[in-house]
Design a protein around this ligand. Structure first.
Ligand code: COA
Length: 385
């Protein structure tokens, strides 16, 4: 029988389906966060991100994501204490971090250490909120330990007098963190903590749906976050600004990049067809945190938006969260290759909230694929081939 291709549904597919990437597909129900990409709105448990960005702390938001309501003072104090108790690494994880190859990237170190953390912490069975708190509490420890060791420095002792964000900065630099840096980084961690069905959260939910364990689901999420089309874009946005170098070079650089089919990092979004609300907040924060860096980034942004509109009309490409994240994280002293891992320090709260939500009402996530290969091929044994 003649070989044939199975593309029977080609005409019935919507343009979104033809483009692939599950665009427009509702893959889960969730009460954790919602993105309205047309209006440029993001809510966590019903609260607008603009209301939360500067008025809450990362610990409050983690509580909100895990438990569904904003904490009372007593509930917040309880969570802060629980997170502080987790500021240590199992000896096996520390030994592993001491023995990584010299050229290990921070995201690879984080992925490897979280996997080891799952084993040494005996994370088994159905995911629990206690496991979520434990892992979130030790994420900064993993990264700062890695960062100190790679510089030939010993890890520092966590400080019980500092909150989650301030302690992260302290362990990273060994210096008393400045109040404005803590505030800026905390607002960043608040805004990045969850974002509906992004690629890494979807990955975490798929793994959780197989009734695998929490550490495994988070390792998978880290792997997805690492890519430059997702969380890896923050580092790449910074590298883009460095490569452009000067306001005069911005226009030729952008045009040349687009002309050879390249992408401008920190622009475009699958969900947002207008400015990402987090980018609006981060733009204002960057303006105050680093006026010179901001002025240059703003010029690049204005040109990028105009040239994208000219060269890619109708695609509705706007500034996304990663563009000004790069300016802000640099201004608070985060090394460039720790931008994406710092995103993970925040997003682990959202990942684990989704893992818990998936587990509470689980059904295996197992979609279909449309087969486009040949059918009815006549088999020929090896001896006859
Ligand atoms: N720079 C240049 N062109 C871009 C672009 C960008 N940052 N983002 C999208 N486009 C263009 C594509 O080239 C494509 O053009 P075409 O119609 O001529 O082929 C069109 O816009 C649609 O792109 P597509 O890849 O289908 O959109 P998507 O929804 O899959 O992409 C992203 C979403 C985020 C992957 C994409 O915008 C991107 O790669 N951005 C840069 C990386 C980034 O900042 N990621 C962080 C996201 S928070």
């Amino acid at each position: 029988m003649a070989e044939s291709s199975t593309l029977a549904n080609e005409e019935t597919r919507t343009p979104q389906q033809r483009k692939g990437g599950l665009e427009g597909v509702v893959a889960a129900t969730t009460s954790i966060s919602n993105v309205d990409g047309e209006a440029g709105h993001l809510v966590y448990r019903g609260y607008d991100i603009h209301d939360l960005a500067h008025t809450t702390t990362f610990e409050e938001i983690a509580y909100l994501l895990w438990f569904g309501h904003l904490p009372t003072r007593a509930e917040l104090a309880g969570l802060q204490a629980s997170l502080k108790e987790q500021r240590h690494l199992p000896a096996g994880v520390l030994a592993l971090l001491r023995n990584l190859p010299a050229d290990t990237s921070p995201m690879d170190a984080l992925r490897t250490a979280v996997s080891a953390w799952g084993m040494y912490s005996h994370v088994r069975g159905a995911p629990t909120v206690e496991q979520a708190i434990a892992l979130t509490g030790c994420f900064p420890l993993i990264l700062t330990t890695f960062h100190r060791l790679r510089q030939g420095l010993e890890p520092l002792e966590p400080r019980a007098d500092l909150g989650h964000t301030a302690n992260y900065l302290y362990l990273l630099t060994g210096q008393e963190p400045k109040a404005e840096h803590v505030k800026g980084l905390d607002a960043y961690l608040v805004m990045l903590a969850d974002h509906s069905m992004n690629a890494s959260t979807f990955t975490a939910r798929i793994v959780a749906s197989t009734t695998s364990d929490l550490a495994s689901a988070v390792v998978a999420a880290i792997c997805a976050l690492k890519g430059p089309l997702h969380g890896g874009a923050a580092d790449k946005s910074y590298e883009m600004l460095e490569a452009i170098g000067s306001a005069e070079n911005a226009e030729p650089w952008i045009r040349a990049t687009l002309a050879r089919g390249g992408r401008l990092m920190g622009f475009g979004h699958r969900a947002y067809k207008t400015t990402d609300p987090r980018a609006e907040e981060l733009r204002e924060m960057a303006r105050h945190a680093d006026p010179a860096g901001f002025a240059f980034a703003r010029r690049v942004e204005e040109l990028a938006l105009a040239i994208l509109e000219e060269t890619k009309p109708g695609r509705r490409l706007y500034t996304n969260v990663d563009f000004y994240s790069a300016v802000l994280l640099n201004s608070v002293g985060i090394p460039v290759d720790l931008f994406t891992p710092t995103f993970a320090v925040s997003r682990v709260a959202g990942w684990t909230a989704h893992i818990l939500e998936q587990t509470a009402n689980n059904r295996l996530i197992r979609p279909l694929a449309e087969y486009t290969g040949p059918d009815h091929r006549a088999f020929v044994a090896l001896a006859q081939r």
